[in-house]
Write a protein that binds this ligand. Structure first.
Ligand SMILES: *[C@@H]1O[C@H](CO)[C@@H](O)[C@H](O)[C@H]1NC(C)=O
Ligand SMILES: *[C@@H]1O[C@H](CO)[C@@H](O)[C@H](O)[C@H]1NC(C)=O
Ligand SMILES: *[C@@H]1O[C@H](CO)[C@@H](O)[C@H](O)[C@H]1NC(C)=O
Ligand SMILES: *[C@@H]1O[C@H](CO)[C@@H](O)[C@H](O)[C@H]1NC(C)=O
Ligand SMILES: *[C@@H]1O[C@H](CO)[C@@H](O)[C@H](O)[C@H]1NC(C)=O
Ligand SMILES: *[C@@H]1O[C@H](CO)[C@@H](O)[C@H](O)[C@H]1NC(C)=O
Ligand SMILES: *[C@@H]1O[C@H](CO)[C@@H](O)[C@H](O)[C@H]1NC(C)=O
Ligand SMILES: *[C@@H]1O[C@H](CO)[C@@H](O)[C@H](O)[C@H]1NC(C)=O
Ligand SMILES: *[C@@H]1O[C@H](CO)[C@@H](O)[C@H](O)[C@H]1NC(C)=O
Ligand SMILES: *[C@@H]1O[C@H](CO)[C@@H](O)[C@H](O)[C@H]1NC(C)=O
Ligand SMILES: *[C@@H]1O[C@H](CO)[C@@H](O)[C@H](O)[C@H]1NC(C)=O
Ligand SMILES: *[C@@H]1O[C@H](CO)[C@@H](O)[C@H](O)[C@H]1NC(C)=O
Length: 822
């Protein structure tokens, strides 16, 4: 035992194929073992302590899953030990993740599929808008409807589990390659998006998998590096460690996961990177402590594909399912064995892992399965999946799979119409000088840019190629298009109704170096539409915040001679826009990744059939150097543990940082224009909790989402909103809170705590409603280890963006000293 502890501390214990010792540590000192840290502790500084939380809590089914849990228990009671090992270990098969069937029990196995905007490994399925676009709608109903429609497609293809939605990355850095898969760097907006999406998925009968838990805020070095030594992979450096303090964890990164668990998410995927020095999937504080104890999570934790780095340590740390099942890291090779699988049987037989823990893992897996009725009439797997699955092609399958679904079943239904509508609602109008938009039957239109036209190199995982519009990013979060309405095609179709002339130039290199007057001779166009794009994909971070393919030069070239230049971006997220204040750039639209109806969604807004009602889910700064919280891009040293990312900015990400430091920005969080104008009336605050609100919540038995007292509404806030323009329109009323001075240092100046999207006819008045829950008014007190409402006066600010807040009022939930504590 002593031996294995030494190995653990030197880090060798986690290396597959060189570490049979992973299982030799039955009665080790957990406190030491759970913290695989560098010998040089100055590298980890004040972080790097993972408070040990053992044993892994048993599921109880609390919160509505009690009956399903009993069925799961009965199921587990019939399993042999080998079947138990199968139930928690992925196998190569038709889906991106597969749990094999147990025919003698009538159990048909579990099929897991990517991803957050489409069922990826499928034909005849829809490509929905990406998370960043969904967040831009600020529309609870759309978020739900999108989740529901996606869920129906997964189910109809025979997928029990959708590996969706994403709130990690949250968006600490604008550069992270996967921000577009998730929603927004604001935890409140993302929390609502998670909850609605999950309710949608699961109402369709499919298990949701919020991911990646937790701290997966950059792609670079998310996995360890390896070198080949003979047939054996030898680890060179451990993956990056996200070092996050407890308060930041609770108020930013864990916050939307709490919403996800509150919505009864079936499973959670743990992430690749290390967390305070320990791999996320075996971080007992995170998985056992935060997720299973504090948030009362009753479902199962699955690893990301290859993010399992140990057997016993992971099982004890709370991991319930190893995906895709083979050894992670080097080779991701099933044939090399598994940290789970056969090792589980052996570890149980020799007493290293109690069988009760394995039983709990399976109970957690099967409870949501029964709760969602997946044991009854669930569609069989579409055999086309088996042909499309390049991750585990048929040649790798070692077990039997019966794909009893209809081959190439078309699951799209009428989702195209929905996607068109959702894409339009996600379109953000950032600038509109002199009402240049909506277009009014222009006589002559010129279209520029390599993002305007049809995709040129295939309908799947577009990759960073030059010609073709972008509707999704790359990696496991992408989708396989069955058709694509590109902007140019949609503009041509719409322009034909007005008899407009439409000319096009799609080669950015050419446009950037050309006097564009020579292109459109003899008469200047009435409007020049410039289409720009920005790619991002899994496993790589963005190198720049500028648009791709010299897009900035394209705008300059066009705007030099076109006095009515409208710029449209299809981007993964944040762009700097050096041309934003160019006098000839009259309008700017951020359309992000809208999905398969992209062109139609855009044209609906360009021509005013739909009011642009998207709002920025992040901040656009004046220039790239204005952003803080840089990702780690390079480590010059070659020490085993040298990749460290310090979340030193704490709560100050995105607008929280710009506001705290009074930095002027180009377009602030929450901003977006309508074709109409809106005004607010008088704010009304109703205390629904009675007069005596306590600072600390009552400690009620934990339910999914945590202490239910945190989810109790304390105040209902409402405010009339009037459409003061002469066209019908849609706006998003937003509520921000400022905590009293008694809150600890580092508390953000303003934080979003409510939003309400209203569509109003010209002249009409509606009412925006916001419910403030206890959690919304609390900060995480690291000493009390509890959510606390600070004493004194809160400021509530309501308006139309984080920097347009004309209406304020105050609120004192807990009376007392308002002076900052010394
Ligand atoms: C430990 O790491 C720090 C930071 O990298 C370095 O300055 C210091 O020299 C190291 N100490 C030892 C004993 O290696
Ligand atoms: C990370 O380290 C901080 C500081 O030691 C600690 O408070 C926190 O609980 C740790 N979190 C995890 C998940 O290990
Ligand atoms: C989980 O339940 C088993 C009995 O099924 C029990 O032996 C074990 O101690 C329980 N674990 C915890 C952490 O409560
Ligand atoms: C390869 O592995 C062997 C045995 O573990 C070791 O002795 C040798 O140093 C390794 N070679 C390299 C190049 O790392
Ligand atoms: C057990 O795990 C080790 C890694 O620790 C691996 O090399 C071995 O192949 C696994 N055994 C089985 C049966 O999968
Ligand atoms: C227990 O089983 C594990 C499973 O692979 C094995 O690695 C370990 O050597 C065994 N320990 C003992 C004491 O037999
Ligand atoms: C596949 O179907 C055959 C024939 O119905 C059946 O005997 C077998 O058990 C099934 N296998 C699995 C893994 O479901
Ligand atoms: C907008 O209209 C004003 C007033 O008519 C005019 O001075 C200004 O040049 C116009 N701006 C643009 C970009 O057309
Ligand atoms: C785009 O334009 C540049 C500059 O004129 C030219 O060199 C290049 O070949 C063009 N690309 C294509 C695909 O036509
Ligand atoms: C804007 O466009 C007009 C018309 O072509 C042109 O004369 C003017 O120089 C342009 N302005 C700038 C700043 O490029
Ligand atoms: C950043 O933006 C500001 C405001 O537009 C500008 O004055 C400044 O020159 C820019 N700095 C850099 C380094 O581009
Ligand atoms: C104040 O709190 C106490 C204890 O929670 C409760 O019994 C009482 O009804 C509350 N009073 C009011 C006015 O809400």
């Amino acid at each position: 035992m002593r031996n294995s502890l030494v190995l653990a501390l030197s880090g060798l214990v986690l290396a597959p194929a060189v570490s049979a010792q992973a299982y030799d540590s039955g009665d080790r000192d957990r406190e030491d073992f759970s913290w695989v840290q560098p010998k040089n502790t100055t590298i980890l500084g004040p972080y790097g302590h993972v408070p040990p939380v053992y044993p892994s809590p048993n599921a109880t089914g609390v919160g509505g899953w009690e009956d399903a849990l009993q069925k799961a228990r009965d199921f587990v009671a019939q399993l042999t030990l080998e079947e138990k090992a199968d139930m928690v270990t992925g196998q190569p098969g038709p889906c991106v993740g597969n749990i094999v069937a147990i025919p003698r029990l009538g159990f048909n196995g579990i099929c897991l599929h990517d991803g957050p905007l489409a069922i990826r490994v499928a034909d005849y399925a829809s490509v929905f808008m990406a998370g960043v676009s969904a967040a831009s709608t600020w529309d609870r109903e759309i978020l739900y409807q999108r989740g529901l429609a996606m869920g129906r497609e997964f189910k109809a293809k025979g997928a029990h589990v959708a590996l969706s939605p994403v709130c990690g990355p949250l968006g600490r850095s604008a550069y992270s390659g996967r921000n577009w898969e998730g929603f927004s760097p604001d935890p409140y907006l993302t929390g609502v998006a998670m909850e609605e999406t999950i309710l949608g998925h699961q109402d369709a009968g499919v298990q949701a998998t919020p991911k990646h838990f937790i701290g997966n805020e950059q792609e670079i070095m998310r996995n360890p590096t390896w070198k080949t030594n003979g047939t054996v992979g030898e680890k060179v450096q451990e993956a990056i460690s996200s070092n996050i303090d407890d308060r930041t964890m609770h108020e930013l990164y864990l916050w939307p996961f709490a919403n996800a668990i509150h919505a009864r998410a079936a499973s959670v995927m743990c992430s690749y990177q290390r967390l305070n020095g320990t791999y996320a999937c075996e971080n007992s504080k995170a998985v056992n402590g935060l997720l299973k104890e504090e948030l009362g999570f009753q479902g199962y934790v699955m690893s990301d594909w290859g993010s399992t780095h140990s057997g016993v340590s992971s099982i004890e740390g709370g991991l319930d399912m190893n995906m895709p099942g083979g050894l992670g890291g080097y080779g991701m090779n099933w044939k090399a064995g598994s940290f789970f699988g056969g090792n589980i049987t052996r570890a149980v037989n020799n007493g290293t892992v109690p069988v009760e823990r394995v039983d709990d893992m399976i109970i957690r897996i099967m409870t949501p399965y029964y709760w969602l009725g997946q044991d009854k009439d669930f569609p069989g797997i579409d055999p086309s999946t088996g042909d499309l699955n390049t991750f585990s092609p048929r040649s790798t399958w070692v077990r039997e799979f019966n794909m009893t679904g209809e081959r190439s079943v078309d699951v799209r239904g009428d989702h195209g119409a929905l996607i068109r509508k959702h894409g339009a609602a996600a379109t953000i109008l950032l600038k509109n000088e002199n009402k240049t938009l909506p277009l009014k039957a222009p006589k002559s239109i010129a279209v520029f840019g390599n993002d305007a036209g049809q995709i040129t190199e295939g309908f799947y995982n577009q990759d960073e190629y030059e010609f073709g519009t972008l509707v999704a990013g790359g990696g496991s979060g992408t989708g396989r298009l069955t058709y694509l309405v590109d902007p140019l095609t949609a503009i041509n179709a719409r322009a034909a109704q007005d008899g407009s002339l439409v000319q096009q130039w799609l080669n950015n290199t050419l446009i950037a170096k050309t006097d564009v007057r020579t292109l459109w001779l003899p008469t200047p166009p009435d409007v020049c539409l410039v289409f720009l794009k920005t790619w991002a994909e899994e496993a790589a971070d963005r190198a720049s915040l500028h648009v791709d393919y010299d897009g900035d030069d394209v705008v300059d070239s066009v705007a030099r001679y076109c006095s009515n230049t409208v710029v449209v971006t299809h981007s993964s997220g944040i762009n700097v826009m050096p041309w934003a204040n160019h006098p000839n750039v009259t309008a700017i639209i951020a359309a992000h990744f809208p999905g398969q109806e992209s062109g139609n969604s855009l044209v609906d807004v360009l021509y005013g059939d739909v009011d642009p009602s998207g709002r920025l889910p992040y901040t656009i700064a004046h220039n790239a150097s204005d952003y803080n919280a840089p990702i780690v891009t390079d480590i010059q040293t070659d020490g085993f543990y040298d990749w460290q990312s310090w979340f030193d900015e704490k709560l100050e990400i995105d607008y929280r940082y710009f506001d705290a430091n009074n930095i002027s920005v180009l377009y602030e969080f929450g901003f977006g224009l309508s074709y109409s104008t809106f005004e607010l009336g008088e704010i009304n605050v109703e205390n629904v909790a009675g007069s005596n609100i306590t600072s600390r919540p009552e400690h009620l038995p934990v339910q999914p989402g945590g202490n239910p007292a945190l989810w109790e509404t304390l105040y209902n806030v409402s405010i009339p909103v009037t459409n003061t323009g002469d066209v019908d329109g849609t706006t998003v009323a937003q509520l921000y809170i400022t905590l009293p001075d008694s809150a600890p240092e580092g508390t953000p100046v303003r934080q979003l705590r409510g939003f309400d999207k209203l569509s109003l006819a010209a002249g009409q008045t509606g009412v925006a409603n916001f419910e403030l829950m206890r959690r919304d008014l609390s900060y995480w007190d690291v000493n009390a280890q509890d959510w606390v409402i600070p004493k004194g006066e809160f400021v509530l600010s309501v308006g139309f963006s984080s920097r347009d807040l004309p209406v304020t009022t105050t609120l004192t939930p807990v009376k007392g000293c308002t002076k900052r504590k010394l």
